[in-house]
Design a protein around this ligand. Structure first.
Ligand SMILES: Nc1ncnc2c1ncn2[C@@H]1O[C@H](COP(=O)(O)OP(=O)(O)O)[C@@H](O)[C@H]1O
Ligand SMILES: [Mg+2]
Length: 369
């Protein structure tokens, strides 16, 4: 993995406020395609650190490398065009429609009209504002939260390799916020931008970040991935900032596939009841998971079902709701375990193929690691 953004002993002392360092010798590297959340209490230097990347604020000392180049020596306009920028209460241009606002940088870059409108439509879909309804409206015809979502779309419009986002979802109500976070992460899976994401909310930092950069009084306190921050907080400040519900936060972060058993007790629907009974006693289990020829989930059978008259497993299979995507969070996995009385849930992939089973015990074992 190559380093896309490098902070090297970056310090900011504001003129007229020489008694303190707003950012104090900040050093960290961010790999290409990763999201780094800058988090910490209000006034800890998050916005200052971020604005030094695209030189909206000049640094007092130190160095920032963008894709290996010293940002200080790059042409300012070029630098800012290659870096998407989303801030809270972003000023949309009131005399331009939503579509025109989103298209500003693509136009500057000389994209053709077809490519631009395609992009505008897909971005509006991403931020959950249907294009046909919103593209020709003006900013004042949108709520504050909707305007903010347009700001996010605009920041992503030119496909910049690096994005800076300063509390981008801060002003948005919890439901739309959650939707935007999820959509954003889903898109990030595909586009793999390098993103610096400022938030004061530790839950958002943990959810969004591949890396978390936790600041206090301008200084770096801990730079780690979310799991490390939760399991090995560097000091009491981090421990307090993360909160007492660290285990629940980890359940949110970890995936079903991290904890599941990957040798599920499978039986194909076309097998005979006799074979199924043999397998049941051989595996010393109460249930077999029934799959089709492609390994997709059909249901379960237990000893009672296998006691019925019939020839093939397909005739006695019982449908089940006790399944979950392997990519779902362990929190959702645990919730599913408690909602069904199988004692386990069946993990499936995108194609509904059975890939594992998850029990409470599996979750405990992972949390103890
Ligand atoms: N233009 C400025 N002049 C003097 N001090 C400033 C200026 N901008 C920010 N600060 C101070 O620098 C510190 C860091 O501010 P900021 O980066 O905005 O913090 P955050 O984004 O983490 O809330 C704060 O103490 C703030 O008061
Ligand atoms: Mg700020």
């Amino acid at each position: 993995m190559s380093v896309m953004l490098s902070f090297q002993e970056v310090t900011k002392i504001y003129p007229g406020a020489e008694h303190f360092k707003a950012v104090d010798s900040l050093t960290f590297d961010l790999n290409e395609g990763e999201i780094c959340t800058l988090v910490g209490p209000s006034g800890c230097g998050k916005t200052t650190a971020m604005k030094m990347i695209n030189r909206l604020i000049s640094m007092t000392s130190g160095k920032i490398l963008v894709d290996g180049q010293n940002a200080d020596r790059m042409d300012t306009i070029e630098l800012r065009r290659s870096i998407g920028y989303v801030i809270q209460n972003i000023g949309l241009f009131p005399n331009m429609t939503i579509a025109e606002n989103i298209a500003i940088v693509p136009r500057l870059k000389g994209w053709d009209a077809g490519k631009i409108s395609e992009k505008v439509e897909s971005l509006l879909e991403m931020v959950n504002l249907p294009a046909e309804e919103f593209m020709n409206r003006y900013p004042k015809e949108l709520s504050g939260g909707q305007q903010q979502r347009i700001g996010v779309a605009r920041g992503m419009a030119a496909d910049p390799p690096i994005m800076l986002m300063d509390e981008p979802f801060g002003a948005i109500d919890p439901i739309n916020r959650e939707h935007l976070q999820n959509e954003f992460l889903r898109i990030q899976e595909k586009v793999r931008k390098t993103i610096v994401f400022v938030t004061h909310d530790i839950d958002e930092a943990i959810k969004m970040g591949d890396k978390i950069c936790l600041l206090r009084n301008g200084k770096l306190v801990q730079f780690d991935n979310p799991e490390k921050l939760l399991t090995e907080p560097a000091n009491d400040f981090v421990r307090d900032f993360v909160g007492g519900d660290r285990t629940l936060k980890r359940l949110n972060l970890l995936k079903v596939k991290n904890a599941m058993q990957t040798d599920p007790p499978l039986i194909r629907a076309l097998e005979s009841l006799q074979t199924a009974k043999g397998k049941l006693s051989e595996l010393k289990t109460d249930h077999l998971i029934v799959v089709d020829e492609n390994g997709r989930l059909l249901g379960t059978v237990d000893p009672a079902a296998l006691g019925k008259t019939g020839d093939k497993v397909a005739e006695v299979v019982q449908a089940t709701q006790a399944h979950i995507q392997a990519s779902a969070s362990l929190k959702d996995g645990l919730s599913e375990i408690f909602s069904h009385d199988l004692g386990f849930v069946i993990a499936v992939d995108d194609a509904q193929k059975v890939v594992g089973t998850l029990t409470e015990k599996d979750i405990k074992a992972l949390l103890r690691k």
